[in-house]
Structures are given as structure tokens and as C-alpha cells.
Write a protein that binds this ligand. Structure first.
Ligand code: GLN
Length: 453
């Protein structure tokens, strides 16, 4: 069948079903059909690659030329970028068809997709539960078959945790592997874009299109891109998998832990060896992250001032009024909380006590991983402490929400690649297994995930 037929089928499913899930913020029917027609012409000439004519969705944090990019905030509800993010440009160049932009937590701050200005996303496995966040729209769209694949971003778990809660596969690449140009910044030293799809193989194809050095992003790594498909078939015999003791202790839901252990047993059957390892500074991840990420967010979000772009309050009387009312009205509660925490942590007199301390903790966390990777090739454990929770359940308690990230944050703080793959089910809800690799070992992670699947 043609790309036009395929694209129409997905557009129709979105129109029929997304009322239940709310996984898209914008659907670009005309743009998608035009791209599909162009892809069909390319394919008819016998040209094109693996992504030519394949529909996919982008998280609404990636700038799309001529198509509203809201970051799920009232602040950017009217923002139409004049350029494409590098990731978007690369997918267009590969012939992929963009169906639309997916829902997310406002400015990617959250673990449940409930902070979106456009309303919460529902988990396709149980509409009363959250899909996880912040890339919850992408995860729900893929899980519900409203896109075969989608992009996400992960600052502290936002690809892996929603992938786990929705039963799909998601990969957060090594920091710097994928360009951040045109990806609206949350915490610049942690943010990383990556693929979300139904299998490791699909993620391998997508990562191949996304990855690579970008001279326009100074933090992008000038490291050759592997052929992520080539090694998928490698057997796992001799692979050493480290299980951090700290990831299987208090706070992990018992049934989730059992499900993850059962999945790990399958790796043994595939010839891998399971080894206990220690990541002794794991307990520092949440406090360090929730200082560093808000600190960086507070500076990144200072650009939303009602002057240059985005929302502007009505009839400001002077500049101060313009700033304060624009920001007061344009940002949601969680975003304001992060800006306040971050501004406080960076202020003179508190810098040493909070930001500097957090950076020192970050170094210790990274060293834990270096030491563990002396002993093992891959680290594995649960992605999240439990399966999808009920909508509203953790809304009144930011700390309970932050605990959702307990197993994912350290990976961002250390800049490592991490994946979530479906491990099984607890009470009919999917559970994710997290795999963490050495820097730039995405090919190895994808190989391990593919053998398991
Ligand atoms: N849940 C984390 C937060 O709220 C991570 C979000 C993310 O990875 N974008 O900051």
C-alpha cells in the first residue's frame, strides 16, 4: 500500500479515537497528506530509505516550521515557529510524514501528563490512569495505534517512564547524541530527544535518522553514528548485566519488582549473567535533579516575557506589569513552582548551599556508574516504581510525583543512554524494564532490547 493510504488510515484513527486519549495537541492533515504524496512519488522512482512515507508524530516541544509548537503551555499557545528543529528537519529529509504534534506536560515538567494546558492524556490501557510524562502524548499515541512511532524528550525520565506506563519501547540517547536545536529548552544539561516506538528495531531505525553531530548545537557530540540495525541480531551470550541493589529496595511496588525480576530471568536464559552492583549515591538523584533542573529551567524560561513571542497579557500599563501578568497568566502551577525553586537555588548566598552541592552530588552519581561499568556491560532494573497510577492521584503532592523518577533521573545526571522495554503486566497494566548503557552504547542497548523482545 502507498504512504497516502497509510497516512490516511492513521489520520482516520486519530479523528475517531483521540477524543478518548487526548494524545495530540495538533494534527496536520494537509501537511501529512502532501508529504505522503511526495513520498509516494519518491518510492515510485525506486528511491527513498526506510522512513520514506512512514507516518510519525513529534512531541510538541520540537519546533515545526509553520505549525504551532506549544510545549503544552498557554504561554506558547499561539507560537508558530519560523524553522524546524534539527530532529524534525532530519525526519523530513528522510521522507517521514508528520501526522501532528503530541501532548505533553507543560514545558516537559511532570511525570503524568496532567500539567498540559490542553488537558491530561489518558492511558490507553486504562482511561482512568495516567500515561506517564512528560512525553505521555507520544507514548499514548503509539500504544493506541494513533502513530506507529513518535519522538519524545527525556530530561529526567520523560521518554522511559511514559514508555513503561504505556507498554511501548523508548530510548533516551547519550547526552549530545541527538541535536537539541529547536527543541524548546527545559534543563539544557539534561535534555535529550529520542525515539518512542513499538519495538527496539523501530527505535533503531528512528535513532539512525535522529542522531548525529549538529554544528548548530554546541553540546551536540561529534561522534560517528553507529549502524543501529546492524548489531540487533548479536547473541547475548557472555553479556554481564548489573542489577543495582538500590533499584530493588524500598519504594518499589512488590508486583512490579517481581515482574522485572521475571524479565531478567529471561536474559539468563539468553546466556547473559546477572551480577549485583552498587550505585551507592542513588539517593542523591532526586534532590540533585530537583535543584539542577529547576535552576536551568528558571534561566531558560526567562525568555517567555510577553515581548518577543508567545502569550502577552491584555493591556499592560508598563513593562513590569507586562512581565508579571504575562508570566503569571501564561505559566501553569508546576512551571511556576520550578521557576521559584530554581531562582531561589541560584540566588546569591544560596548558590553554594544548593546549586553547587547538587553539582557535586551529580559528579558522585556519575562516578557510581563509571565504577559499575567496570564490572558489567549493561545495568538493568525497573523503569518506574509501579505501573500507571490514577489520574489525580499524585497531583496534590509534588514530592510523591517526583518519586516517580527515582530510577530514571540518575541516568540523565550522568548523561548515559537509557531504554525502557516492556517487561510484562501487573493487574493488566504494563511494566517497563530499564536498560542503561555506557556513553554512546545505544547500539548495544538496542541489541539487548531486541534479543529480549
Ligand atoms: N518528571 C521529571 C520532571 O518533572 C522529568 C521530566 C522530563 O524528563 N522532561 O522534571
Amino acid at each position: 500500500f502507498s504512504s497516502a493510504e497509510l497516512t490516511r488510515a492513521f489520520l482516520q484513527r486519530i479523528a475517531e479515537l483521540d477524543g478518548q486519549y487526548n494524545s495530540y495537541i495538533s494534527v496536520d492533515e494537509a501537511g501529512a497528506l502532501a508529504a505522503a504524496a511526495a513520498a509516494d512519488t519518491t518510492l515510485a522512482r525506486g528511491e527513498g530509505g526506510p522512513l520514506t512515507g512512514i507516518p510519525l508524530a513529534h512531541k510538541d516541544i520540537f519546533c515545526t516550521d509553520g505549525l504551532r509548537t506549544s510545549c503544552a503551555s498557554k504561554m506558547l499557545d499561539n507560537f508558530v515557529p519560523p524553522y524546524d528543529a534539527t530532529v524534525v528537519r532530519k525526519f523530513r529529509a528522510a521522507g517521514a510524514v508528520m501526522l501532528g504534534k503530541t501532548n505533553m506536560d507543560e514545558f516537559a515538567m511532570g511525570s503524568s501528563n496532567e500539567t498540559s494546558f490542553y488537558g491530561a492524556v489518558k492511558n490507553p490501557w486504562d482511561l482512568e490512569r495516567v500515561p506517564g510524562g512528560s512525553s505521555g502524548g507520544s507514548a499514548a499515541a503509539v500504544a493506541a495505534g494513533l502513530a506507529p512511532a513518535a519522538t519524545g524528550t527525556d530530561t529526567g525520565g520523560s521518554i522511559r517512564q511514559p514508555a513503561a506506563l504505556c507498554g511501548i519501547t523508548g530510548l533516551k540517547p547519550t547526552y549530545g547524541r541527538v541535536s537539541r536545536l529547536g527543541m524548546i529548552a527545559f534543563a539544557s544539561s539534561l535534555d535529550q530527544g529520542g525515539p518512542m516506538a513499538r519495538s527496539a528495531e523501530d527505535c533503531a531505525v528512528l535513532l539512525g535518522a535522529m542522531a548525529g553531530h549538529d554544528p548548530l548545537d554546541s553540546t551536540s557530540a561529534d561522534v560517528p553514528v553507529d549502524d543501529y540495525l546492524a548489531g540487533l541480531g548479536e547473541p547475548l551470550a557472555g553479556l554481564r548485566i548489573g542489577l543495582p541493589r538500590q533499584y530493588f529496595g524500598d519504594g518499589l511496588d512488590a508486583a512490579t519488582g517481581e515482574c522485572v525480576r521475571a524479565a531478567l530471568g529471561e536474559f539468563e536464559a539468553l546466556g547473559a549473567t546477572l551480577v549485583d552492583v552498587d550505585l551507592p549515591n542513588t539517593g542523591l538523584s532526586i534532590p540533585a535533579y530537583y535543584v539542577i533542573a529547576p535552576a536551568e529551567a528558571s534561566t531558560n524560561l526567562s525568555r517567555f516575557d510577553g515581548v518577543r513571542y508567545g502569550y502577552r497579557c491584555a493591556e499592560p500599563v508598563d513593562l513590569h506589569d507586562l512581565y508579571t501578568r504575562t508570566r503569571g497568566e501564561g505559566f501553569g502551577e508546576e512551571v511556576k513552582r520550578r521557576i521559584l525553586v530554581g531562582t531561589y537555588a541560584l540566588s546569591a548566598g544560596y548558590y553554594d548551599a544548593y546549586y553547587k552541592k547538587a553539582q557535586q552530588a551529580r559528579r558522585l552519581i556519575a562516578r557510581d556508574f563509571d565504577a559499575a561499568f567496570q564490572q558489567v556491560d549493561i545495568i538493568a532494573g525497573p523503569t518506574a516504581p509501579g505501573p500507571a497510577f490514577r489520574l489525580g492521584e499524585k497531583n496534590d503532592d509534588p514530592v510523591a510525583m517526583y518519586l516517580e523518577d527515582v530510577y530514571t533521573l540518575a541516568v540523565n545526571l550522568a548523561g548515559l543512554p537509557g531504554m525502557s522495554v516492556p517487561a510484562g503486566f501487573v493487574d493488566g497494566l504494563p511494566v517497563g524494564l530499564q536498560l542503561v548503557g555506557r556513553h554512546f552504547a545505544e547500539a548495544r542497548l538496542l541489541n539487548v532490547a531486541h534479543q529480549f523482545q
